[in-house]
Ligand binder design. Structure first.
Ligand code: SF4
Length: 192
């Protein structure tokens, strides 16, 4: 298995799919490499492409606020995406692009060995939890796969478009907080 530096170097120079032709930067992912909790979105947007960092635009700011509600921040979790290069005009990543890229995410999961994976939005949930996952019906539910607890939240960009979804997401965040308290060892400091 590749170590972090080898994996990152390979990913940063990757040209395995056509998204390499239009990207500015590869967005490898960011955060705590010993995290017990991973957040996985579908792909970089414009600001992410320009900076090389995940979730730094308006949706990223909302994700920071969402994490703060349950005492999380970027030092306690790892944040990544299904595809590491921006799909043009923020379209959904194509299956062929997801297939080309999924190995990097799998390797990140193998290195981090998280206890919880939170999918951000429909595309990540359909790839990681179940092909016919319905985000409107199944957000906030828990699934166990290969010893990892998995759940999905509405994508922060969807919450920006439709604030009526926010109360549901608040409940889902509280459920994630409870799961962290139940099974994680060091995500929250002991005194909490
Ligand atoms: S999206 Fe993934 S597979 Fe495609 S070029 Fe970027 S890093 Fe490589």
């Amino acid at each position: 298995m590749k170590n972090w530096d080898e994996l990152e170097a390979e990913c940063l120079s990757c040209r395995k799919c056509a998204l390499a032709d239009t990207r500015t930067n590869v967005v490898f992912g960011d955060g705590n490499r010993q995290a017990e909790v991973m957040f996985v979105g579908e792909g970089p947007g414009e600001q992410e492409d320009l900076t090389g960092k995940p979730f730094v635009g308006r949706a990223g700011k909302l994700l920071d606020d969402m994490m703060a509600i349950i005492d999380l921040d970027r030092t306690r979790v790892f944040i990544g995406n299904m595809v590491k290069c921006r799909p043009p005009q923020n379209r959904d990543p194509l299956n062929v692009e997801q297939e080309a890229c999924i190995g990097y995410l799998r390797s990140q999961v193998a290195l981090i060995r998280p206890k919880i994976i939170v999918c951000l939005g429909r595309v990540a949930a359909m790839k990681l939890i179940r092909e016919d996952f319905k985000i409107t019906r199944e957000h906030g539910q828990w699934f166990q796969k290969a010893g990892v607890w998995m759940t999905a939240l509405y994508h922060p960009a969807a919450l920006l478009r439709d604030p009526r979804k926010r109360p549901d997401t608040f409940e889902d965040l509280k459920s994630i907080q409870a799961k962290i308290r139940e099974i994680c060892l060091h995500t929250y400091p002991q005194e909490e």
